[in-house]
Design a binder for this molecule. Structure first.
Ligand SMILES: NC(=O)c1ccc[n+]([C@@H]2O[C@H](COP(=O)([O-])OP(=O)(O)OC[C@H]3O[C@@H](n4cnc5c(N)ncnc54)[C@H](OP(=O)(O)O)[C@@H]3O)[C@@H](O)[C@H]2O)c1
Length: 339
């Protein structure tokens, strides 16, 4: 089968950074399903895993990246109960296993959802990783009510136009009924955030000043989807007493929790691979939440964040998309479709 992977961790300008490969056809066992992948999406995690390392590392077996896919189930393991051949699915997968940049891909059924029937494969492939991240951040970590009981409370979403921010704005607005302040710094990202439902837009280059300008010096929740170090002082200042900050972006410097103490404010991480990486007892919640997202999409409550589809899926096109994601300026999601 066709796949794209790497042996060496190289800058994306190097044509060996991602190579076209021919790999053996995998076999589904246990709780795994085998999916014929129709479309994939690229996330910053792909570029972080692919990036050159401090110490030169060479893989003896090709490393396949990719943690967003939509496709059709072709085979199921002997312990699979939720899917059968022919089912259309979407999922992010497990960072500890080979990724979805291959024609056929094994994934544990517990972290897979039914593809939204109203979307084609490309539109669906834009959603899983970012939806899981935003859903877990809002409803599991920040403990926002899924049923609208926190309606009217305010949330600041930093990085509103990015892949995660684009779905987080919609879930916060349409599902949780929060007042959403998103950050965006360019005309096109400002327009995108407003179209997705943000009530107000703050420029992240001068966040504290911007929140004051908007009449929102403090907020109940903060979801940080970009540069935790840079935004930490503004976030600790802007969080309300007893509020919570959730970040998905690793810090480079120590984070000073002291400013949160007098406010009894909290800080929590979200890492969407936690459940599969640690095989947590509630791992199947990811499949359940993806099904909920699919129902919300089918009902028209939220929409796909797919902004662009690149065809076909091959190393040349994947390298080009990695290069664009590395620039940190993409809006919504870029998807690759067809082999
Ligand atoms: N922990 C997890 O489970 C998890 C899951 C998914 C993603 N992540 C991480 O979360 C981050 C965001 O992912 P993503 O897919 O949303 O990224 P993305 O799509 O590449 O984000 C691009 C957007 O970021 C905005 N941006 C750039 N610099 C910024 C800054 N300094 N402050 C605020 N916004 C800025 C840009 O818009 P403007 O500059 O126009 O505003 C741009 O539209 C990445 O670091 C990723 O690795 C973590």
């Amino acid at each position: 089968m066709k796949a794209i992977g790497l042996y060496q961790y190289l800058p994306i300008s190097d044509e060996n950074s991602l190579e076209d490969l021919e790999l053996d056809y995998p076999k589904a066992q246990g709780r795994d399903i085998l999916v014929e992948v129709q479309a994939i999406s690229v996330n910053p995690v792909d570029t972080k895993v692919r990036a050159p390392k401090d110490k030169v590392e060479v893989e003896t077996e090709p490393k396949v990246l990719g943690w967003d896919a939509a496709g059709v189930v072709v085979e199921v393991g002997d312990r699979v109960t939720r899917f059968k051949p022919g089912d259309e699915v979407f999922y992010a997968g497990d960072i500890t296993r080979p990724g979805s940049n291959s024609q056929f891909h094994l994934v544990d059924e517990r972290i897979v959802g039914n593809k939204p029937s109203s979307l084609d494969f490309a539109q669906a492939a834009a959603l899983p990783l970012t939806s899981i991240t935003a859903w877990e951040a809002l409803f599991d970590r920040l403990k926002v009510s899924e049923t609208g009981d926190d309606a009217g409370k305010s949330i600041l979403i930093i990085g509103g136009a990015g892949g995660v921010g684009s779905i987080a704005i919609q879930l916060a607005k349409q599902v949780a009924k929060l007042e959403v302040i998103a950050t965006a710094s360019r005309p096109e990202s400002i327009t995108w955030c407003a179209e997705l439902g943000a009530d107000a837009i703050a420029n992240h280059h001068d966040l504290t000043h911007e929140l004051n300008r908007l009449g929102h010096p403090t907020v109940d929740y903060i979801f940080c989807c970009n540069n935790t170090d840079m935004h930490w002082p503004s976030m600790t200042q802007a969080i309300k007493p007893q509020g919570t900050i959730c970040s998905i972006v690793e810090n480079k410097n120590p984070l000073d929790l002291a400013p949160l103490k007098s406010k009894s404010a909290g800080f929590i991480w979200e890492f969407m691979f936690t459940r599969s990486m640690h095989q947590t007892e509630d791992m199947a919640q990811q499949g359940i939440l993806l099904n909920t997202v699919a129902l919300l999409v089918n009902a028209g409550t939220i929409e796909t964040t797919c902004k662009e589809v690149v065809k076909p899926i091959n190393a040349t096109n994947l390298r080009a998309v990695h290069g664009r994601i590395e620039q940190g300026t993409s809006i919504g999601k870029i998807v690759l479709s067809g082999w």
